[in-house]
Design a protein around this ligand. Structure first.
Ligand code: AMP
Length: 297
């Protein structure tokens, strides 16, 4: 899916309702639940782009009530990561949510999400161990803890996640299954720039030279998908991919792997249901991407 325009926020006062506490959100949404409306949730950290809005559009099509959350979650950032620098523009985000038909924006502060003495961490094991889980220790504990908290506060029937963060999507799906939460998790395909770069709030960090190099992340995965055939040496192909990224101007590669799309276990041979995953850095900016591999006949 490609995006060939930049989102700009309309200058109107929002007709949606912004809520800061779980109690207010529950009270405001109850009449809609009593009415039997399907409740959809789109969790975000703001700095919205067309990728986020694709989730909102799908939620709007599916659901009678759409809640979007805005919360830059400190617990999913590691030490030395970009929590303080992460782009924040609440007014613009709210205008965009409004223009796309969101009913309620839930924008709690950190004390509402993690009150003093809050002592629960939700950990999913197994599929959190590789890829971003290995590169960013503790990251997925932060994700599953905040998402379970958002689920508790928003009580959605359906929640929407981008395949851009595919491991996150699978981790949340696993959490919901194993905890028996009655919430359907829907994955939305990655929205890309015309040159293949996946839209990301972090793309704003890239200088012009880095921006020119960045589409190589997608380009290299795409090229690698074409190199897979039965009998291929997967480890050698991934090594080729890592080197191709360095040659294209990336400063380092966190991972470049081919894994089973459900278990995220690294593949040892060509098979059905594989996915390519890559994370690499341009200067201080870490970009991630992934794509499915259609197994050639
Ligand atoms: P974030 O604000 O980065 O936490 O992202 C909020 C949601 O938007 C997550 O489910 C992301 O996977 C999703 N998302 C981010 N970028 C994209 C994209 N380019 N295409 C589709 N979904 C995306």
């Amino acid at each position: 899916m490609h995006c060939d325009y930049t989102v700009t926020a309309p200058e109107v006062s929002p007709s949606l309702t912004i809520l800061r506490t779980a109690a207010d959100l529950r009270a405001a949404t109850q009449p809609f639940r009593d009415d039997g409306k399907l409740v959809g949730l789109v969790p975000t950290m703001g700095a919205l782009h067309e990728g986020h809005l694709e989730l909102v559009k799908r939620a709007r099509r599916d659901c009678g009530l759409v809640i979007a959350s805005l919360f830059v979650n400190p617990t999913q950032f590691g030490e030395g990561e970009d929590f303080d620098a992460y782009p924040r523009n609440e007014a613009e985000d709210i205008a965009l949510f409004d223009a796309h038909g969101v009913d309620f924006v839930y924008a709690p502060d950190a004390a509402e999400m993690y009150p003093d003495g809050f002592g629960i961490t939700v950990t999913v094991s197994g599929i959190t161990e590789g890829l971003c889980g290995a590169a960013r220790p503790g990251h997925f504990d932060g994700v599953t803890t905040v998402v379970s908290r958002l689920f508790e506060h928003c009580a959605p029937d359906v929640a929407y996640f981008g395949e851009k963060d595919y491991q996150q999507f699978k981790v949340v799906q696993r959490m919901v299954e194993e905890l028996g939460m009655n919430i359907r998790i829907v994955g939305i395909p990655t929205v890309r720039e015309r040159d293949g770069l996946a839209l990301s709030s972090r793309n704003a960090y890239l200088d012009p030279g880095q921006r020119r190099a960045a589409p190589a992340l997608y380009g290299t995965m795409f090229a690698l998908a074409g190199r897979l055939h039965d009998g291929v040496d997967i480890a050698a192909q991934c090594a080729w991919g890592r080197q191709a990224l360095l040659d294209a101007g990336f400063d380092s590669v966190d991972y470049f792997e081919i894994c089973d799309a459900d278990t995220l276990v690294p593949a040892i041979a060509n098979a059905d249901n594989l996915r390519i995953f890559a994370a690499a850095r341009l200067g201080a900016t870490r970009l991630i991407d992934n794509m499915p591999v259609d197994r050639p006949e």
